[in-house]
Design a protein around this ligand. Structure first.
Ligand code: FES
Length: 102
């Protein structure tokens, strides 16, 4: 069984038919996901951090949304520039990035 230390869910506005259409997608959430993948790879954390894209969480006005488990922290209006902070402070540092919490 896979048991990562952190599991990140990123809204890429995926529809049930596989298309990506929606607010978070329009706000570069695929680039955010790709940047997380690069950071995880560069930090050699692929065994510790699992990443999944999701469909709409229903709070598009707060998107792009990133949810981090096991803490269950929801980040909103995340940008590509926030990815390094979330990785540094939360995933590796164990400290929630309070100003991004929704
Ligand atoms: S499209 Fe991301 S929360 Fe709705």
């Amino acid at each position: 069984m896979v048991s990562p230390k952190h599991h990140l869910f990123i809204c890429t506005s995926c529809r049930i038919n596989g298309t990506q259409k929606g607010y978070c997608f329009q706000q570069d959430s695929v680039k955010i996901l790709q940047t997380f993948l690069e950071e995880i790879d560069e930090r050699d954390l692929s065994g510790d951090v699992m990443l999944n894209n999701t469909g709409c969480f229903g709070i598009c006005d707060k998107g792009p949304i990133v949810v981090v488990y096991p803490e269950g922290v929801w980040y909103g209006k995340v940008t590509v520039d926030d990815v390094e902070r979330i990785m540094d402070e939360h995933v590796e540092g164990g400290k929630v990035v309070e100003d991004l919490v929704i």
